[in-house]
Design a protein around this ligand. Structure first.
Ligand code: AMP
Ligand code: MG
Length: 411
């Protein structure tokens, strides 16, 4: 039986990934965009806060503000004014006095503590305090969320919806981001048809460029879809040249094996530089990476599951690096497999599974069933990969396995 050392010519997955990441040079061009258009963009500068958030000490409750030392003498204070959010109390508040205050309103200068109104008894202009408060209670301090000049986000961060809220709270209107990367897509294959076309004998509907478009949209890339190209060396060459003129990255699928209609490798060798790998991973053994005169090139296998998994596991990290994203490595978690898993040593498997909590709250994972590289529904039914290392053989029921949750690019 094959193992890692007796499978000649197969490149371990990590080596393929590292080789690619070493070669990729991140883009340098930047542009300014409105904060409202910045979701998913990669910031090209460290963002420091121009203000304190909150800008002043303010109340966390509707109640009464006073100087804490006032209550040492007396638990009844005289009401001298009101501080509302947006219209602070500007007068003085002496010993023995208090100010009506609303949530978010500025704490008057002489005050340091707030009592919530539910704990107070109001009688004419006098407020009785039933509890002794601790100094500073119910006061949100100036700059307690973000201090002025504090580094809020570092360059390379992909802005999330939460980040946009944080930046809005700083009064920031525009951000400098890296320009979008341009990715050209090419599907190769005589048998591939578009949705409205008639399927003749042996034809199938083209799907790879469709899910790639969806993944790239989530990545925030500009997509140039060059459509379906026949298995014809000259036509593929023209398509690759055109793609190279337009894009930073060219991604093709199909024609990357060593079959009679597989021209990707030949054309790439004519036009640019190519590293063609048989990668020790399943699905997705044949994979090409290289460069054309103006762009990087990824040649995905044609089988939809192989194309999807190699796009996700290999091309995506490279694209993230290209767009300067400091995305974290995907989390690996451990779960018990509910069924045995078929596996031969020699390749790293990305099997499709469904992870869930069992009745005791423990993490368990169930295979989606047949793992054939043409069965795209095995990806649709899954919410995770069951990642089985290269040297691993078959896995028995109840064994612990490594699981990688599907991320936003697949869901
Ligand atoms: P290939 O790598 O070109 O030999 O293709 C391997 C398998 O994937 C064949 O069954 C193809 O019909 C299929 N295939 C190739 N490209 C696509 C595509 N863009 N969409 C769906 N299936 C494809
Ligand atoms: Mg083909």
């Amino acid at each position: 039986m094959a193992d890692c050392c007796s499978t000649p010519g197969l490149l371990p997955f990590e080596d393929a990934l590292n080789n690619m990441l070493e070669v990729i040079n991140p883009i340098v061009d930047v542009e300014d965009v409105a904060l409202s258009d910045s979701l998913g963009r990669i910031i090209a500068q460290d963002l420091k806060s121009p203000v304190n958030v909150p800008p002043n000490d303010n109340s966390a409750m509707d109640g009464y503000a006073f100087a804490h030392k006032s209550l040492a003498l007396n638990n009844e204070l005289v009401l001298v004014g009101r501080s509302m959010a947006g219209s602070p109390y500007l007068g003085e508040c002496h010993n023995g006095e208090c100010v009506r205050i609303m949530t978010g309103a500025k704490i008057p200068d002489d005050c340091d503590t707030v009592e919530m109104q539910e704990n107070c008894i109001v009688e004419n202009e006098k407020i009785h305090f039933s509890f002794k408060r601790v100094f500073g209670d119910n006061v949100r301090g100036q700059g307690e969320d973000i201090a002025i000049n504090q580094n809020v986000f570092s360059t390379g961060r992909e802005l999330t919806s939460v980040d946009i809220g944080v930046l809005a709270s700083l009064g920031i209107q525009n951000v400098t981001v890296y320009r979008k990367i341009k990715v050209a897509l090419i599907a190769t294959g005589d048998e591939l048809k578009k949705p409205h076309e008639q399927l003749n004998n042996g034809d199938i509907y083209e799907s790879n460029s469709q899910f790639l478009t969806a993944i790239l949209a989530k990545l925030g890339a500009e997509i140039i879809n060059l459509g379906i190209i026949e298995d014809d060396e000259a036509k593929i060459k023209v398509a690759f040249e055109q793609a190279d003129e337009l894009a930073d990255v060219v991604i093709s699928s199909g024609g990357v094996s060593v079959g009679e209609a597989d021209y990707t490798k030949t054309v790439l060798e004519q036009l640019g530089h190519i590293s063609f790998w048989k990668i020790a991973m399943k699905p997705g053994k044949p994979f090409a990476f290289g460069s054309l005169p103006n762009s990087y090139f990824f040649g995905l296998p044609g089988n939809p599951v192989s194309a999807l998994v190699t796009a996700h596991q290999l091309a995506l990290p490279a694209l993230l690096k290209l767009q300067n994203s400091r995305a974290k490595k995907p989390l690996m978690i451990k779960a018990r497999t509910m069924t045995s898993l078929k596996k031969s040593p020699g390749r790293m498997d990305f099997q499709r599974g469904v992870i869930a909590n069992d009745l005791n709250g423990e993490l368990v994972v169930t295979t989606t069933g047949s793992q054939g590289s043409g069965i795209l529904t095995s990806m649709a039914a899954a919410n995770c990969y069951i990642v089985l290392p290269l040297e691993q053989g078959k896995v028995a029921e109840k064994e612990w396995v490594n699981v990688q949750m599907f991320d936003k690019y697949l869901l």
